[in-house]
Design a protein around this ligand. Structure first.
Ligand SMILES: Cc1cc2nc3c(=O)[nH]c(=O)nc-3n(C[C@H](O)[C@H](O)[C@H](O)COP(=O)(O)O)c2cc1C
Length: 191
């Protein structure tokens, strides 16, 4: 696929087939992603990939965070238990979850550079995945800021920051292209 077609045709995927993506394919996707621009060649991206039984740990940690932060009630009410069960089932049907994180830099400019580079890495991953027929959803959710959640998944919140949690798998359904605002509305040329 031509790069311009990939840029325009890639969609965020919200529903995935159950089939797992081969580890070799995922490695190749992340290898392409790692050609993202990186100041001082810091390559600041790190990935924790949860799949198979590993997803149980992640999903338990996510649901624990939702309960601690009040996104779902912290009780044993049958309604709550039903809600937890359906959220758990939904999250477990997603074949892979990739937690993308970086080491926090004390210098705010370095920190911004490295955060930006990780975002470029993520978009490269999404585009490379598209070429392999693999879909992704870039998510940012409140649990990423929950220090207990981070501890649960063995990340030190004093040292690292989660940039995104990517949901990954073969698309069950590809959403329609919502289009984009004409760039003319965003572009100011000064000459
Ligand atoms: C930083 C970032 C965070 C996002 N977080 C979410 C999210 O939490 N949940 C979600 O459904 N989509 C999320 N998205 C995906 C956007 O909703 C999606 O890119 C947008 O609807 C445009 O659709 P497209 O990617 O198919 O062109 C996120 C995208 C970005 C760049």
């Amino acid at each position: 696929m031509n790069i311009l077609d990939a840029i325009r045709q890639r969609r965020s995927i919200h529903s995935f087939k159950e089939e797992a993506v081969d580890s070799q394919v995922l490695e190749e996707i992340f290898t392409y992603a790692s050609y993202a621009p990186t100041h001082y060649m810091k390559e600041p991206w790190n990935i924790k990939l949860f799949q198979g039984y590993g997803k149980e740990m992640l999903v338990e940690s996510i649901l624990g965070s939702y309960q601690r932060t009040g996104m779902i009630p912290n009780d044993r009410n049958p309604k709550t238990l039903k809600m937890i069960r359906s959220m758990k089932d939904f999250l477990l049907t997603i074949p892979h979850h990739a937690v993308i994180y970086l080491e926090i830099q004390q210098d705010p400019i370095r920190n911004e550079e490295e955060y930006s580079s990780v975002c470029a890495f993520i978009q490269n991953a999404q585009l490379a995945a598209w070429e392999y027929g693999v879909g992704m959803l870039w998510t940012i959710t409140p649990y990423m800021h929950d220090t207990t959640f981070m501890k649960d998944i063995r990340l030190d919140s004093e040292k690292v920051k989660i940039v995104a949690v990517m949901q990954i798998g073969y698309p069950k359904k590809v959403p329609r292209d919502k289009g984009r605002t004409s760039i003319k509305d965003k572009l100011e040329i000064i000459e």
